[in-house]
Each structure stands twice: as structure tokens, then as C-alpha cells.
Design a protein around this ligand. Structure first.
Ligand code: VAH
Length: 313
């Protein structure tokens, strides 16, 4: 069966629901340090789990006969700058615990998310290559770069089947993001509907790689279901769907809510965003496992405004 660690997070919630639809509710165990929303809690087994505690994790894996783990728990870029050592501890200890379970053959397959945050100020900024200079300047980026190196090491040294994607900023309506620099791209839709205005914490022209959550979840399942012999990247795959600026998403929203007004008050998160690329080259993912995005900015805006308005759970 499958265990999602961090099942109540922005990605974890949707991943859990999708996996339960696909593999059966009882075969997908949701684990998190806190309880999640009603839809998640009512749809299958749940365990309060601190994945930094190896013994607690091993007990859940044994009890439910887990063979696949999605490690979606982490402290994201903005919050990690406020609590560097807590972020490092959470992001790395959980990864070592899961990789060691796989090394010791207690589980078979691991998914671990990386991020465009692994790139830094001297990384080529447009169409950032799969393999390139990476000198991340954020705590979160350092933890993701280091995590990628460890995933690649455990694969080469112990044959661990760990698979990873460098997610761009993710936009979802079912869940709110938590502590990221790209969170503006979710907040803006909620505020557009509730207040018809939004004060953005990034500047108007800050172009960042972004992706609608349905694309990110589909990519994750496609990678996990790919034939291992086609997987040539065991650090983490670049993945891309679109890039946009706050001004562009505001214009897209104005097409549906003409009276929507945006203003800009960049805060400490601007300095983080300025170190990240504006677009990503995902040729390797397209070649290795047939990746192809489906949602562009206009379709994302329609989905977000349509679903948030209906107040679906
Ligand atoms: C963050 N949403 O903002 C995450 C993600 C690329 C951004 O890693 O930290």
C-alpha cells in the first residue's frame, strides 16, 4: 500500500485524493503531523505521524504493509528563512528516514519533491537546463539541492528507486499553500473573488515558472508509473508548464472580473524570487516519460475562479 507523508499539505492533500481514486481508499494511508480537511479525513486511513521520528515511521510502514512512500512534508522557502535549523531538520531528517527504509528494503519506491528553488542567482535564468550551475541562496533551496544529491547517492549506491520532480510554483483551489514565495499566485484568486483587489508581495514584473495543480499531480503519477529503465535522472527532473508575472495573472483575472485591482508591496519574499529562474527547460522529462502540460494561464484562471466561487470542498 501507499503512504503519503505531509498528506494535509498543499500538494499532499490532492495527491492523497487522486491516489485513493486510482488505487482504492483503503490502500492509501494519509500521514501528517496534524489532521487535514474533511474530504481527506473522510476518504481513507489517517495517521498522526512525525516523520522525523524513524521508529514511528517504521511502525506505520510495517502496520499498513507500505511499499511506496510520497514524502510531501517540508518547510517551504519563506518560512524556512525564519527558522533555518527547524527547516533543515524537518526537510532532511524525513528524507533520510525514508531513504533508509528503502535502502533496508522495508519499502520499494520513494517519491520526493524538489523545487526550482534549487537554482540560484548565477543559474541561467531562462530555459534553465536540467543540469546546470546551482548555488541556491535560501535555506529551502539548500535543503532541496542537498536532498537531490542524497537521492542520487542512494540510487547509485544502494539501488534505491527514488523519483523526484523540481516543482515550479503550484496553483490549487482545493488547498491553500503554506509559507511559499509563490503563494501570491493562489491568494490573488481568492482575494479577487472576495475583495476584488489584491496587494501582491512580489513586484509586477517578477516572472516565475508556475503550474496548475492538476498538471503537477498528473506528472507525479506519470513519473511514478514510468518504466524504471526510462528514468535517466535520479536527482530531480526539471518540469515546466508556464511562466507568468503578477501583472499577467492580474490581467487574466481582469478578463473575468473587470473591476479587479492589483497593487504591489514587495516584501522579503522578493529577494527569494529574484534568485529563481523565470523559465525552465524540461526536455529530459518530455523525452524520458512523455511529460506534456495541459493547463496554461487562461485555463488556470478559469479553473481557479470557477471552483473557488462554487466553494467546493
Ligand atoms: C515555495 N511553493 O514557494 C514553493 C515552491 C518554487 C516554489 O518551492 O517555496
Amino acid at each position: 500500500s501507499i503512504l503519503i507523508i505531509g498528506a494535509c499539505g498543499q500538494i499532499g492533500t490532492e495527491l492523497t485524493l487522486t491516489l485513493r481514486n486510482r488505487y482504492g481508499n483503503e490502500n492509501v494511508i494519509a500521514g501528517d503531523i496534524r489532521e487535514g480537511n474533511e474530504t481527506l479525513m473522510d476518504s481513507g486511513p489517517f495517521e498522526i505521524l512525525d516523520a522525523t521520528d524513524y521508529d514511528a515511521l517504521e511502525e506505520v510502514v510495517a502496520y499498513y504493509e507500505i511499499n511506496e512512500v510520497y514524502l510531501m512534508a517540508a518547510m517551504l522557502s519563506a518560512t524556512a528563512e525564519k527558522f533555518p535549523m527547524r527547516a533543515w531538520n524537518l526537510n532532511m531528517k524525513t528524507l533520510f528516514n525514508v531513504l533508509n527504509l528503502a535502502r533496508d528494503k522495508k519499502i520499494d519506491t520513494v517519491f520526493w519533491p524538489s523545487s526550482i528553488a534549487v537554482f540560484g542567482p548565477n543559474t541561467p535564468e531562462t530555459l534553465t537546463p536540467q543540469s546546470t550551475v546551482m548555488e541556491p541562496t535560501t535555506v529551502y533551496g539548500i535543503s532541496k539541492q542537498s536532498g537531490e544529491r542524497w537521492c542520487n547517492y542512494y540510487h547509485n549506491k544502494f539501488g534505491v528507486d527514488v523519483r523526484s520532480i523540481r516543482y515550479p510554483g503550484l496553483i490549487s483551489w482545493k488547498t491553500m499553500p503554506g509559507g511559499g514565495t509563490t503563494d501570491y499566485a493562489v491568494e490573488i484568486y481568492h482575494k479577487a473573488l472576495s475583495d476584488k483587489k489584491y496587494t501582491c508581495f512580489l513586484s509586477a514584473d517578477t516572472e516565475l515558472p508556475m503550474m496548475f495543480m492538476d498538471d503537477a499531480i498528473r506528472a507525479t503519477l506519470e513519473l511514478m508509473e514510468a518504466d524504471p529503465k526510462n528514468i535517466t535522472v535520479r536527482s530531480s527532473y526539471n518540469l515546466s508548464a508556464m511562466s507568468f508575472t503578477p501583472a499577467q495573472v492580474a490581467a487574466s483575472i481582469k478578463g473575468h472580473i473587470p473591476e479587479f485591482e492589483i497593487s504591489y508591496q514587495p516584501d522579503f519574499r522578493q529577494a527569494i524570487a529574484d534568485t529563481w529562474p523565470s523559465s525552465i527547460d524540461d526536455t529530459q522529462a518530455r523525452r524520458d516519460w512523455g511529460w506534456k502540460p495541459r493547463f496554461d494561464l487562461e485555463e488556470t484562471t478559469k479553473e481557479m475562479l470557477g471552483n473557488i466561487k462554487s466553494g467546493r470542498p
